[in-house]
Design a protein. Structure first.
Length: 374
């Protein structure tokens, strides 16, 4: 029997503004993993004592170490984890780093390289740890899993990982939650949150790589009568002050709204309530909000860089992230062109249907097969 160990200790901590997407990816892949694997494979997930996660067909091995804090998790990864691997045939590091004392073949999943391209987002010690140990982990692993073609290319360009060593396991979405909702439910949500009937929505962390000052300048270039209210939803990340300064400088206080962090259970309601979803980010490992918005039937306008064209496909408008005039024109089209909005909704629903968690688990199992073959 093949026995695979899964380092899922990241699920032991709280999903903060940077890690929420990674938490979801790990959870959903593990939830679908047993069904995708041969019946004689055994899986054991390594978790911290505070994690409440449980997965059908996967054994749980909880550590006595409290790994909810990043530093304690790092210490566990490098000092305690090596002693937990003697009965595994393969170890899967589900988030960037495997132990340096490695007695078994390994697979490692990398979500993005933002800690290289946007180093200010992390404290110096964690940034150094990820830069050094992600490279070493990928070099020593038999297979590396990336969550997009863009991240795969980045792994080769930035870390020198051979393309032939990298597998792609694209994320999926919760089809029960992210779908077009009944009109009466949307009207009630808008009324409860004092939202207008028509508005444009961005949803994501308020931080520099989301490129929101550019979006605000493009928005301000529209004639006032042509502007729909703009809702910039999401928690504050790092260096978010220029976003609020741009609103003030451009005299947009009455037209731009910041509802703050949105609970996961409310996300489908926000997506369904908007007229269109805008996402001008300059760097994404995948761009899950774009997928979720399309699954809810929202037309999308996104940047044409990194992974975002992979997610949106031909369903929406893909624009250069610094071309303000192109974004102004796209917003105007989104407001005025009913035929485009309807076509974009239909294409978006079709595009979203290509991304499934069961498929991500199947690709992960295929990566294990190659790693076990040596």
């Amino acid at each position: 029997m093949t026995h695979i160990g899964l380092n899922a200790h990241l699920l032991s901590g709280t999903a903060g503004y940077r890690s929420a997407g990674i938490h979801g990816y790990i959870f959903h892949v593990l939830a679908n993993l047993k069904a995708a694997a041969p019946p004689d494979w055994r899986f054991t997930a390594l978790l911290g004592p505070s994690s409440r996660a449980a997965f059908e067909g996967i054994d749980l091995r909880r550590s006595r170490w409290d790994t909810g804090h990043p530093l304690r998790r790092i210490l566990w990864e490098q000092l305690a984890q090596p002693w937990q691997m003697s009965d595994f045939d393969l170890i899967h590091a589900l988030a960037f780093v495997s132990p340096m004392i490695l007695s078994r073949p390994s697979v490692v999943t990398v979500y993005d390289l933002s800690f290289i391209h946007f180093p200010q987002v992390l404290p110096a010690a964690r940034r150094l740890y990820l830069r050094l140990f992600t490279r070493l982990s990928c070099q020593r692993a038999r297979r590396v899993i990336a969550i997009s073609q863009s991240t795969a290319r980045d792994l080769t360009a930035a870390l020198g990982i051979p393309p032939g060593k990298i597998d792609i396991a694209l994320p999926g979405y919760d089809t029960r939650a992210y779908r077009p909702l009944p009109a009466e439910q949307i009207r009630a949500f808008r009324a409860a949150n004092s939202l207008p009937d028509r508005f444009w929505l961005f949803l994501g962390t308020l931080e520099p790589r989301k490129n929101l000052p550019m979006l605000l300048r493009a928005y301000a270039a529209l004639p006032p009568a042509a502007r729909l209210p703009l809702v910039l939803a999401g928690g504050k990340g790092w260096d978010y002050q220029p976003i609020f300064e741009a609103v003030s400088l451009l005299d947009l206080e009455g037209q731009v709204r910041f509802p703050g962090y949105v609970p996961v259970e409310d996300l489908p309601l926000w997506y369904n309530s908007a007229e269109a979803f805008v996402y001008p980010s300059v760097y994404e490992g995948f761009g899950l909000p774009v997928l979720e918005a399309m699954a809810c039937g929202m037309p999308v306008i996104v940047s044409n860089v990194t992974s975002l064209p992979e997610v949106a496909g031909t369903a929406g408008l893909c624009l250069p992230p610094q071309d303000e005039s192109a974004w102004t024109a796209a917003l105007a089209r989104a407001a005025e062109d009913d035929r485009w909005r309807q076509a974009a909704r239909e294409r978006g629903l079709q595009q979203a249907g290509q991304f499934q968690w069961s498929r991500a688990a199947e690709c992960t199992v295929a990566s294990y097969r190659q790693a076990l073959m040596g």
